[in-house]
Design a protein around this ligand. Structure first.
Ligand SMILES: [Zn+2]
Length: 88
């Protein structure tokens, strides 16, 4: 469901605020361990361990905290997504 070069919207702020809910990021790489991990343009939080303890390359972000974005979506759709996330 995720692709390199794709834009994603953050749906859950990272514990250290490196990625913030409602903000848009670009995928520059991926890797899979227990879950899909995303490498995001300009994001380096200096943490590279999967929760299972496996050391991953660089500083990937849990794919569970992001949703793929469609460039053609109007901003109203984005607002709806953010509202839904906040309601959950
Ligand atoms: Zn793992």
């Amino acid at each position: 469901m995720f692709q390199i070069g794709q834009k994603v919207i953050c749906i859950e702020t990272a514990y250290n605020n490196t990625t913030v809910r409602g903000k848009i990021y670009t995928i520059v790489g991926m890797n899979e361990c227990c879950e899909v991990n995303l490498y995001l343009e300009g994001i380096n939080h200096h943490y590279s361990k999967c929760w299972c303890g496996v050391q991953l390359k660089g500083s990937p972000n849990s794919g569970q905290r992001f949703k793929p974005l469609d460039d053609n979506w109007p901003s109203t759709v984005l607002d709806l997504i953010i509202e839904q996330v906040e309601a959950e």
